[in-house]
Ligand binder design. Structure first.
Ligand code: AMP
Ligand code: MG
Length: 422
């Protein structure tokens, strides 16, 4: 955005969102508008040992067959199944195959080769007898149990060389990290962590650990928001608290827009005279939407400051967490190119049977804090009464958010949609 500031404090906007500011939008529309202004996704290469938890930038193909060669799933004897039809068959031992062996004896009719788990299968063998089903005497082994072909792990049965087994936009779980190694990758191209500024705004805010003057409270939102950003694969940068002073806010936004991919503020977006994030964005920024039809978390705004995307989240601690969870996180994952099923996420959508009635909100998606527990085959939800949007303890005492559509209450025993926070 290019902005010209005039001497009288009024401002001339040269580039704005294509439409006028949209007010009171649905959550879906809010996401749509925000996605008109994504941050730029970049990628980087990291060594495998640092890759767990990162998001893959490309599909990855296996460099090898897995297994690389036919091998045994058990410790025992590699045999010819046809030789072992009768219990008590005696076979001649021709050698041994260990994991890592590069040369393996082959077997013929009436012969067996001792074999360890993971060791290459001798040529001629087509089944394994487990060690527990055998007894040996000198060069002979007596077979007392079944010879099983399915104890042979076939070359390429898990993955064929060239097969794509890890997909772009997925987060490398611990198992995916092992798989990348199995496939032969020592470096991986991952999506760079977006640097996201987190700025708390309010005269009353004091960092925890410092003395509180009358009327002051401990600033909490930036810590939680920074943690949420990290969980989504971003790199948060917490700025110093901004008092309700336009000049300081302007300076800080200028600095954040310069050094970060996106900005998240908390506080100062409601209707009040001191809601300076809103007023500054109205006067000098570029607003896409203001207010979303949800409760809690009604007043957020989205726009651009000097071309950098900015979410103005409400100051109420529950509101800022909830808006991040249902809106900002979705925006981040889309900007990063996340895969819906395997990308980073903060919640799973589930169906829950409510144990008690739950009141919705007129005209607004209602995200009440509920507690989900498994009971038999069902997920059961309950809610303690205190639901104030200033009460961050309610986000800790519960583990989920209801998704009550606008204007709907839920009866006791009714099944509702919910987001189970993870
Ligand atoms: P605001 O959105 O600025 O009107 O703030 C709404 C409420 O949230 C007020 O009670 C503020 O004191 C509180 N609040 C605002 N920002 C924060 C913050 N960063 N940490 C904790 N509480 C906050
Ligand atoms: Mg405030």
């Amino acid at each position: 955005m290019e902005t010209t500031r005039t001497g009288l404090g009024s401002t001339l906007q040269l580039h704005r969102f294509s439409q006028a500011v949209e007010k009171g939008v649905t959550l879906a529309r809010a996401l749509e508008i925000a996605l008109e202004s994504p941050f730029l996704r970049t990628t980087e290469t990291v060594p495998l040992e640092d890759a767990a938890g990162r998001m893959l930038a490309r599909d990855m193909a296996s460099k090898v067959d897995d297994p690389r060669f036919d091998n045994s799933a058990m410790d025992g004897w590699a045999v010819r199944k046809a030789d072992c039809k009768d219990k008590g068959t005696v076979l001649r031992i021709v050698g041994s195959s260990q994991a890592g062996s590069s040369t393996t004896p082959s077997i013929g009719k009436g012969e067996a080769c001792s074999i360890m788990t993971g060791a290459p299968l001798p040529e001629g063998a087509d089944a394994i007898v487990i060690i527990e089903d055998s007894s040996t005497e000198g060069e002979r082994v007596t077979i007392n149990g079944p010879a099983r072909p399915h104890y042979i792990r076939k070359k390429g049965e898990n993955l064929e060389r060239g097969a794509i087994a890890l997909i772009a936009g997925s987060v490398l779980t611990p198992a995916a990290t092992s798989l990348a190694a199995t496939m032969g990758h020592s470096v991986l191209e991952v999506v760079s962590r977006p640097k996201i500024a987190v700025i708390g705004v309010g005269d009353e805010l004091t960092p925890p650990g410092e003395p509180l003057a009358d009327g002051e409270i401990f600033e909490s939102n930036t810590y939680g928001i920074a943690a949420l950003i990290k969980k989504m694969g971003g790199d948060p940068e917490r700025f110093a608290i901004i008092p309700d002073t336009i000049e300081l806010l302007r300076e800080t936004l200028d600095e954040a827009a310069e050094s970060c991919d996106a900005i998240i503020t908390s506080g100062g977006v409601s209707m009040g005279k001191w809601d300076i994030v809103r007023t500054l964005m109205e006067d000098e920024g570029d607003i896409g939407f203001w207010r979303v039809m949800m409760r809690p978390g009604g007043p957020p705004l989205f726009g651009k400051w000097n071309g950098t995307p900015i979410f103005g989240l409400p100051g109420n601690p529950v509101s800022s967490h909830v808006v991040f969870t249902v809106l900002v996180s979705e925006w981040i994952s889309k900007c990063m190119g996340a895969d819906y099923e395997t990308g980073p996420r903060l919640a799973h959508r589930v169906r829950v049977i409510m144990e008690e009635p739950l009141k919705g909100a007129k005209g607004k998606l209602c995200l009440r804090r509920i507690f989900i527990r498994q009971e038999g085959d069902s997920l059961v939800g309950s809610s303690s009464t205190h639901q104030g949007s200033g009460n961050i303890h309610s986000m800790v005492a519960h583990n989920a958010l209801s998704l009550l559509p606008p204007g709907t209450d839920s009866e006791e025993g009714e099944t509702i949609d919910a987001l189970w926070l993870i």
